[in-house]
Design a protein around this ligand. Structure first.
Ligand code: IMP
Length: 189
């Protein structure tokens, strides 16, 4: 069965394809000739992920799934949340991290979590899968690997940031792999 993943990120596609085996053929947006800028205007990760699958269902009538992720900081009432990629008004992650550190200046509650929500639309049914990794925001960027807020996030139970972990280490515990794991378990059941 074909299942469209609302992404063109080759790495994400390969990861999911490998995990589901050959019962499902995972297609990218490019594979179905979708080159649209799919709207993501929701207030929650659920809304955004669902908005993406709804768009594909309405326009292409396909079985599909979409993910949406971000960072939620307790002392900032859950910000940056759905605005994680452009919190400062820019997509420049240096500026986004600067803004987070500035807002947390002198704040002792450094609790934060990364969250991923996957929306799956399969045979006319809507499903959601969620992955969360809890941790802390540190004061000074540490590490050079990864992307986004990785240099300032230390997951609970570890003494290094996501940006100091290899991709393999991060993938064992990340919000995204937890959510993808739940999706794959469901598809394989
Ligand atoms: P997306 O929905 O996966 O594109 O994630 C949206 C934004 O959340 C990214 O642009 C990053 O700023 C942030 N983000 C999501 N996942 C991670 C992660 O694993 N590490 C660091 N930042 C992340």
């Amino acid at each position: 069965m074909e299942l469209v993943f609302a992404t063109n990120n080759a790495h994400k596609l390969e990861e999911v394809q490998q995990m589901v085996g050959n019962r499902f053929s995972i297609k990218s947006l490019a594979d179905i000739s979708c080159f649209d800028d799919i709207p993501e205007t929701g207030n929650t990760f659920e809304d955004n992920a669902k908005q993406k699958t709804n768009y594909l269902v309405e326009k292409y009538h396909v079985n599909c799934f979409a993910d949406d992720s971000g960072l939620e900081i307790e002392a900032l009432g859950g910000e940056p949340g759905v605005y994680s990629a452009r919190y400062s008004g820019s997509r420049d992650m240096e500026q986004n991290i600067d803004l987070v550190l500035e807002k947390l200046n002198a704040e002792t509650n450094r609790n934060a979590r990364f969250k991923t929500v996957i929306s799956l639309f399969l045979n006319n049914q809507q499903y959601f899968f969620q992955g969360i990794v809890e941790g802390k925001i540190i004061e000074v960027r540490t590490g050079t690997k990864g992307f986004g807020y990785d240099p300032v996030f230390i997951p609970n139970g570890f003494d290094k940031t996501f940006a100091e972990m290899t991709l393999e280490e991060k993938n064992k515990i990340s919000h995204r792999s937890i959510a993808v794991g739940k999706l794959v378990e469901f598809l394989n059941s």
